[in-house]
Design a protein around this ligand. Structure first.
Ligand SMILES: C[S@@+](CC[C@H](N)C(=O)[O-])C[C@H]1O[C@@H](n2cnc3c(N)ncnc32)[C@H](O)[C@@H]1O
Length: 308
């Protein structure tokens, strides 16, 4: 079974710039494709690999078992990166990779509820211990809260109309499976099936981001990641939609600035120092042959920065 094809593998490895005895963190291990390549790239590297999804932990633990002396797998949210590493007495690392979002396995498994293309429970939790599910959002969020989720995280223009339909529908029957949601949208948007698919992908993306609090978690981890990097250490971040890419881009830009005083100030009094050097002025994207081989690489944006 192909659990997940790692995206821009060569570029991520080059970005990490792994040296002898490096300590590297893969914050999003998934099926272990990037992790395995990191371990293969240098026999002296030690890898700390995180994932919050027990299916990923089970699959990648087997895949990475040949490297058992050099890999430490941690089942947790990468929001706890710093504390979980501190438990292992690791306070400094040489490179951190984030390959954000969900794996192909998570999307393809109907029982996980991430996809609109198969019927399944409206779950969408990466961490199955999490309390919030897509079903709870659809059945319990207010009209305003639903509109905000669909508009902010799905960037869907018809957010209010969709939220209103959801609120009306659930007065009759609760949402239980993806088909319940799909039918509602299909019945109320009498347009080209291609546009229906676009609307569905935006609504599903919005629900997934809210269920897993993806924006909050990403925003909070970046500073911790920077703080634990050794000087010269690399931050390598792959994102798959504009919302997460913007968080990464703004963070790297801010951390790379030497001064944040208004331009008309004669002398700097902000005290800001730059802590990162951006190595990718524009994000790297997958080349055409990779996109042809792996359609899921088409939206990837890779940003790399070095700790000063
Ligand atoms: C795109 S996949 C990574 C694929 C991986 N690079 C590979 O080569 O197979 C993203 C993975 O990150 C995990 N993930 C996403 N957000 C996470 C978070 N906040 N904490 C821990 N794991 C997370 C998901 O469960 C998923 O397995």
């Amino acid at each position: 079974m192909t659990y997940h094809i790692p995206v821009m593998l060569k570029e991520c490895l080059a970005g990490l710039n792994i040296h002898d005895n490096a300590i590297i963190v893969d914050a999003t291990m998934g099926g272990g494709g990037h992790s395995e390549a990191i371990l293969e790239s240098n026999p002296t590297v030690h890898l700390y690999a995180f994932d919050q999804d027990p299916d990923a932990i089970e699959f990648a633990s087997k895949r990475l078992s040949p490297y058992s002396g050099r890999v430490t797998i941690i089942e947790d949210n990468f929001a706890k990166l710093r504390t979980r590493l501190a438990f292992q007495e690791i306070n400094r690392v040489d490179g951190i990779l984030f390959d954000l979002g969900v794996s192909s396995f998570q999307i393809d498994e109907a029982r996980r509820g991430f996809t609109f293309s198969q019927d399944g429970p409206l779950d969408m939790r990466m961490d199955k211990k999490g309390e919030l599910t897509a079903e709870i959002i659809l059945n319990e969020y207010s009209l305003d809260a639903l509109t905000k989720v669909i508009r902010d995280y799905g960037e869907e223009k018809s957010a209010w109309k969709i939220a209103k339909l959801i609120v009306k529908e659930r007065e009759e029957r609760k949402f239980r499976t993806s088909n319940d949601l799909n039918k509602l949208i299909q019945a109320n948007f009498q347009i080209n099936p291609k546009f229906i698919t676009k609307i569905l992908s935006r609504v599903y993306q919005a629900l997934r981001i809210e269920v897993n609090q993806e924006m909050e978690v990403l925003t909070s981890v970046l500073k911790d990641a920077l703080n634990i990097l050794n000087p010269g250490g690399r931050l390598v971040i792959e994102s798959y939609h504009s919302l997460e890419d913007k968080i990464v881009k703004d963070f790297m830009k801010f951390e790379s600035l030497e001064c944040t005083c208004p331009p008309n100030f004669p002398i700097c009094n902000c005290g800001k120092k730059s802590t990162l050097k951006i190595l990718t002025r524009k994000p790297l994207v997958a080349d055409i042959s990779e996109v042809n081989d792996n359609n899921r690489s088409r939206s990837a944006k890779l940003r790399i920065a070095e700790k000063l």
